[in-house]
Design a protein. Structure first.
Length: 122
């Protein structure tokens, strides 16, 4: 019985730490879009091996997941984006430069961009 309580407390503590470190925690996902305006965002930030974030001033964070496999996608790599115009869109290409390397990875492609917004406070 005591071990169950300890396990429950540990699980609660782990969940609290994870939500504090997760930039999407407490945000509500909206419908994905094909393009975002680069003049309105900051980033990119590689969150993990499947997630790239762009921050928009205010309450919004855009989450992009690459299409297909993108093996070099992991922090602390640097993203090199091929941009044509003022928008970043689905299927636009990017490469990654891993720490200590001089040759970038093969090309990867952006998927849709999902907005995550902070809920309005009552």
């Amino acid at each position: 019985m005591r071990s169950r309580r300890i396990a429950a407390l540990l699980a609660t503590g782990i969940a609290l730490v994870a939500s504090r470190d997760d930039p999407l925690a407490g945000r509500i996902a909206g419908p994905p879009v094909a393009c975002i305006d680069l003049a309105r965002v900051q980033g990119p930030t590689i969150l993990d091996d499947k997630t790239i974030l762009y921050r928009q001033s205010g309450k919004r964070v855009w989450r992009a997941v690459p299409i297909g496999s993108c093996e070099a996608l992991r922090p602390p790599a640097t993203i090199i984006v091929d941009v044509y115009g003022g928008q970043l869109c689905r299927n636009d290409r990017f490469r990654l430069l891993s720490y200590g390397m001089t040759i970038p990875s093969s090309y990867c492609r952006f998927g849709n961009f999902t907005p995550y917004d902070k809920p309005d406070r009552p």
